[in-house]
Design a protein around this ligand. Sequence first.
Ligand SMILES: CCCCCCCCCC/C=C\CC(=O)SCCNC(=O)CCNC(=O)[C@H](O)C(C)(C)COP(=O)(O)OP(=O)(O)OC[C@H]1O[C@@H](n2cnc3c(N)ncnc32)[C@H](O)[C@@H]1OP(=O)(O)O
Length: 289
Amino acid sequence: MPHLPPAQGLGFRMRPSGGKSGRPAARSVHGVSEVSASWWWWSQAPLQLKNLPVNSFSLEFLTELIINLEKLENDKTFRGIIITSDCPKAFSAGVDLREICGKNPAHYTEYWKVLQDLWLRLYLSNLVLISAINGPCAAGGCLIPLTSDYRILADNPKCLIGLNETRLGISAPFWFKDPLVNIIGHRASEHALQLGLLFPPAEALQVGIVDKVVPKDQVQSTALSVMTQWLAIPDHARQLTKNMIRKPTADLLVKHRDTDIQNFVSFISRDSIQKSLQMYLAKLKQNKD
Ligand SMILES: CCCCCCCCCC/C=C\CC(=O)SCCNC(=O)CCNC(=O)[C@H](O)C(C)(C)COP(=O)(O)OP(=O)(O)OC[C@H]1O[C@@H](n2cnc3c(N)ncnc32)[C@H](O)[C@@H]1OP(=O)(O)O
């Protein structure tokens, strides 16, 4: 399994769990729970996102993420991934606004295609994906949680989660909306999407956008324990079932990819949208001071 130390500010940490060898020492005489514990322990890979300061999706970061996911998917050692953030300020701030502000249509086209690629890879992944959400995640920052199989959120008022695009003067693409509808239902999605709601932990749990809320220092251990339950199911049965449930949603994007890119490029190129995004970015920078 590749161990990729993060480059300056950008990178991922992927490491097999376990001892120095990456696997725990075999235990021959202990009971079933010990044997199965070591079996699942090295079947999952933690993937720590690190694109300082807020894990925003730059084109470079997206590309690296896709490459690393592909490696994990192809390495049959692994059956699940726990995705978390190695940036103290956020799980992910979503689309990097600098990628969709002041650039040209060719750039917007490339960017959107790569974002779609990441979504498809995650949504249809054969691996068990658990999001260990240890920081805020807004708009595109929900891409990883919404495509995961299970979401655990840190119980901290700063850990807001939701698709707040309308507050930026933009509209969430249908392939962000669809998984939300699949997770929290139609009426709750209508409400959340139109108002651009960002849910604090208790509300996030109540509406169902996350499955569990735990103290921040327990997010990782809870993710490991949830992973144990998921890995107790035979892969082939779980994968067939996941595919059966998710394929109709994924097919919509596959079928309408090109139109979606064209819509995005023409929408994002509008002067009014550019102005509103620039104002939002400027406001983010002002808020800091
Ligand atoms: C016909 C229709 C067709 C379809 C049309 C589709 C339309 C497009 C759809 C686009 C889809 C998704 C959109 C997005 O994902 S947009 C991004 C949304 N994200 C947010 O709103 C989050 C913004 N960030 C924050 O709220 C906060 O930064 C934070 C994450 C809560 C952290 O707060 P903090 O106080 O700890 O840190 P802060 O000082 O704010 O930030 C640190 C630096 O990071 C910069 N930054 C933050 N977020 C972004 C970002 N998304 N992109 C780029 N840069 C970002 C921030 O400006 C600070 O920078 P600096 O240190 O001042 O230089």
